[in-house]
Ligand binder design. Structure first.
Ligand SMILES: [Zn+2]
Length: 127
């Protein structure tokens, strides 16, 4: 893979938004929004940014502030959102299918039990 200039802006191949690639503290290349943001780190924050040192920080994003970071692109990428939506849908379908199968099994088991009970009763009546 070619070396990527952290300041070089490119386009997301999925949604076409302007993105950059920044290196995380673990040395991974992470797609981020091209425009840096100001943020205040706080555990109660509703956003995540990649700090200048490459750490993911929970924070509140402001128009101005002391810290400058980058918003990970996966939070904005419509393709990713579509994928997440799709995954949720598939998972739900799977759960519905599991539930259906479980109910089917339960119904069969119930039927078996009834039959068994019926046979036992029948046998009893012979004695
Ligand atoms: Zn994208």
């Amino acid at each position: 893979m070619a070396y990527r200039d952290p300041n070089q802006v490119s386009e997301c191949k999925y949604c076409g938004r302007k993105i950059r690639f920044e290196e995380t503290i673990k040395g991974q290349s992470m797609p981020v929004e091209a425009k840096p943001v100001y943020y205040d780190p706080t555990p109660q924050g509703d956003a995540w940014v990649l700090s200048a040192r490459g750490r993911m920080v929970r924070c509140v994003i402001h128009d101005a502030g002391d810290c400058v970071g980058s918003v990970p692109h996966w939070a904005k990428c419509t393709r990713k959102q579509q994928e997440a939506e799709e995954q949720r849908r598939q998972k739900k379908e799977q759960q519905d299918e599991f539930r259906r199968q479980r109910e089917e099994r339960r119904a069969k088991l119930e039927e078996k039990k009834l039959k068994k009970a019926g046979v036992t009763e029948g046998q009893c009546s012979f004695f």
